[in-house]
Ligand binder design. Structure first.
Ligand code: HEM
Ligand code: HEM
Length: 188
């Protein structure tokens, strides 16, 4: 007898922890980079970028764990009332997020390597350089990191608006099932 795959009704605690910890780190990344950008070159600016790099590498490590975990743990199915276009958008957004969770840190890491600037992890250890010193590669990677951060920002905005639409307009449990300390029964 073939076994039916098991689909949970809510995101599990592990999925919720991954989601909210990484979301908080992404917000931190933007706050650090945007603050650092406006500062004159000096110790304060460098300290903020060092923190940006450490948190960014933390996101990369968490992204690896999250993806491995996600491949073994299917998410709850989307509500029946969603149109095919909405389903496609939801899937595309989630896939784009997973891709960006890898590409953002990797372009940042490679950018630093291309300048031979060290990437430390909160001063505990130093990551090896991914590529050799190369000014042209640095320019390309810096532009890519910058453009992709705008893409990530736009997708996050779309994602948040969609979550709020589900909650307040559709009145389904899509937002609630990603929130810790909640129950889904009443809204479905
Ligand atoms: C998901 C993780 C990351 C996010 C969301 C992120 C986001 C950003 C953003 C929004 C900026 C400002 C872009 C601009 O407007 O010019 C930036 C700049 C920068 N990021 Fe990241 N970053 C991440 C990971 C990393 C990592 C892991 C490193 C290095 C190991 C890194 C190194 C840098 C550097 C050096 C800059 C300054 C580039 C410049 O001089 O213009 N980032 N990042
Ligand atoms: C920028 C930070 C964020 C990132 C990178 C992110 C990423 C993701 C990803 C990858 C998923 C799919 C999870 C999976 O099925 O494996 C997801 C689901 C979800 N996210 Fe976010 N998210 C972010 C911020 C937020 C915020 C601020 C909200 C709330 C307003 C939110 C609400 C949700 C909800 C409700 C789901 C579940 C959607 C469903 O049931 O299909 N996310 N998020």
């Amino acid at each position: 007898m073939p076994t039916q795959p098991f689909f949970p009704k809510r995101y599990t605690a592990v999925a919720q922890i991954f989601h909210w910890v990484i979301a908080a780190l992404i917000v931190t990344q933007f706050a650090l980079a945007w603050t650092a950008e406006d500062l004159p070159l000096g110790i304060h600016k460098l300290a903020l970028y060092a923190r940006h790099k450490s948190f960014g590498m933390t996101i990369l490590m968490l992204a690896v764990l999250r993806l491995l975990w996600r491949l073994k743990n299917p998410p709850p199915p989307l509500p029946d009332g969603m149109t095919p276009v909405e389903r496609l958008l939801a899937r595309a957004t989630h896939i784009a997020f997973y891709v960006l969770l890898f590409i953002m840190p990797l372009t940042g890491w490679m950018m630093s390597s291309a300048k031979n600037y060290s990437v430390s992890w909160f001063g505990l250890f130093t990551w090896p350089n991914l590529i050799g010193k190369n000014e042209h590669a640095f320019d390309v990677l810096r532009t890519t990191h910058d453009i992709l951060s705008d893409v990530l920002f736009a997708i996050a905005l779309l994602h948040i608006l969609a979550a709020l639409k589900h909650h307040f307009w559709n009145k389904d449990d899509v937002l609630v099932r990603m929130l810790p300390f909640t129950k889904s029964e009443k809204r479905t």
